[in-house]
Design a protein around this ligand. Structure first.
Ligand SMILES: N[C@@H](CCC(=O)N[C@@H](CS)C(=O)NCC(=O)O)C(=O)O
Length: 152
């Protein structure tokens, strides 16, 4: 896909730990055709993130996306896959978010569209549920490592 020039609105950086869910943010930014800087972090010999990722996210977790709005010198740091997808889609890819309410029902309790509610549940599920499934069904670090190698 050809990349959109978003430099006029913001600078984007994605911090991706190798063999990790960090790939999700890369997929998202690619899907939206955005320009971004990719920073890749190596795992150590115990398959853990190092202090370099800790400088970006105190819990040493990936993905992390940094956004510096045009004209600002302050970088917004986003963590957690679901939050990243939500925030980036809201600002750069509204087409990925289903309409929340039918016309004339804005803000009415229970009037949310089914598509919107499914979208919300999917975000939470992929942010957490899928990862938990991988962890539960992987009995050792070796199998866990193998399960994650598809995200290399
Ligand atoms: N709930 C977070 C989980 C992020 C997370 O745990 N990422 C893992 C990689 S898949 C990580 O950075 N681990 C660092 C480590 O294992 O040291 C999300 O979905 O973004």
């Amino acid at each position: 896909m050809q990349h959109r020039h978003n430099a006029a609105t913001s600078d984007l950086t994605t911090h991706r730990l190798e063999k990790s869910r960090g790939q999700r943010a890369v997929w998202l930014l690619e899907e939206l055709g955005l320009e971004y800087e990719l920073k890749v972090f190596k795992r150590d010999e115990n398959f853990r993130a190092g202090a370099d990722l800790g400088a970006v996210h105190p819990l040493k977790r990936s993905p992390v996306v940094g956004i510096t709005p045009a004209g600002s010198d302050k970088e917004i740091i986003l963590a957690e896959s679901a939050t990243i997808v939500d925030y980036v889609s809201e600002h750069f890819g509204k087409q990925l978010i289903p309409q929340r309410y039918p016309e004339g029902k804005e803000g009415v309790l229970g009037a949310e569209t089914e598509e919107f509610m499914r979208h919300r549940v999917s975000l939470a599920f992929f942010g957490d549920g899928v990862s938990q499934q991988l962890t539960i069904h992987s009995s050792s670090w070796t199998t866990r490592k193998a399960a994650f190698s598809q995200f290399s």
